[in-house]
Design a binder for this molecule. Sequence first.
Ligand SMILES: *Cc1c(COP(=O)(O)O)cnc(C)c1O
Length: 428
Amino acid sequence: MNCEKSIKAFQKAQVVIPGGVDSPVRAFKSVGGTPLFIKKGKGAYLVDIDGNKYVDFVQSWGPLIFGHADKTIEKAVIKAVKNGLSFGAPTKVETKLASLICSMFEGMDKVRFVSSGTEAVMSAIRLARGYTNRDDIVKFEGCYHGHSDSLLVQAGSGAVTFGTPSSPGVPSDLTKHTLLAKYNDIKSVKKCFQNSKNIACVIIEPIAGNMGFVPADAKFLEELRALCDKHGALLIFDEVMSGFRASLKGAQGVYETKPDLVTFGKVIGGGMPVGAFGGWAEIMDKLSPDGPVYQAGTLSGNPVAMSAGLASLEKLIAHEGLHVELEVKAKRLVEGLKSAALAEGIALQVGAIGSMFGFFFNDKPVKNFDDALTSNTKLFAAFHQGMLKEGFYFACSQFETGFISSVMSDEMIDETIEAAAKVFKEIK
Ligand SMILES: *Cc1c(COP(=O)(O)O)cnc(C)c1O
């Protein structure tokens, strides 16, 4: 594999952009090698600037459920662009997309659009605090909710503690209201409620995708709902990744549990920068301008981004059964990877829901962040490099989730498994 042009481009980028990237995970730090600079994407494939072609299981970290350069979305974007890029005034397409989203989810009376998942979660947390008049929040170790200050809290050592910031630049005064609990462990949440009478909300990725792929137990979510109700705290589902991915209704199509607020991102913009948060009218009406909780955005509800999101969601709704098809493919992939690994004596823990999938180099099941951290990241790095050479682009960390798109064929999946079998043999 020749990556000369990417290597040169990365050197140039590092001079003027910190680390050469605009989001740290792109830098390939945990797997080694140089990040590939992308020239274009088409369907299931990515092409880098050296002309290498890869089957893409990253899909821009989730948004591209129809693959690259989908014609329907492309057409909607071009049509919108011709009328102007942004007005900072209402457009009808915002109401159209909001109506569509509200019609899909029980308890989603109103929704507000922002420009990223980070913004969606940050705003939902502020709203939860404003609505309940409480300051503390509970988050789970290993769940990622964007990079806003109060959510950038390191997973502790398993003990339930008040959070300490995971980044310099975040004053501990800003994270002292963030309590940490353990994923899939209701006792750890009960402890938080014992320690604080001031909890505004519990936020969770109901299908965690940012510590690797770790779904919540159905019973755990039910107990979480009951605990929140008992203590008058809101339950927020962060579905920035799982929304429209795990099923058409995200985690709400997989579990019975209903949240009070939901955050969206990724698929909701079809590849454009869109985030959203929504829920009961009683809560959402606390937002400015009707209510006292301030939240705003110059480019929020941008007509081009909204058009991409609308085209993407309408296409998803029109394709009935799509998520079932994608789940069959995702399972075909992870089961194939698992047997190929096993044939070389490598243990893989695998899982898939809808178009999301994951695999851990681990001989024990992974239920939480501590479990995930016991995975063999060296083996993962070797796997990642080997698969790139074979033309398969996986997320460059053991602690990420993979995605199937609608344009991936069974043949591509089988080729991936064949290549993986070869790579497992080399790296065992
Ligand atoms: C990606 C992600 C975010 C952050 O979204 P950005 O658009 O990157 O700001 C928040 N929560 C979850 C669950 C995510 O997967």
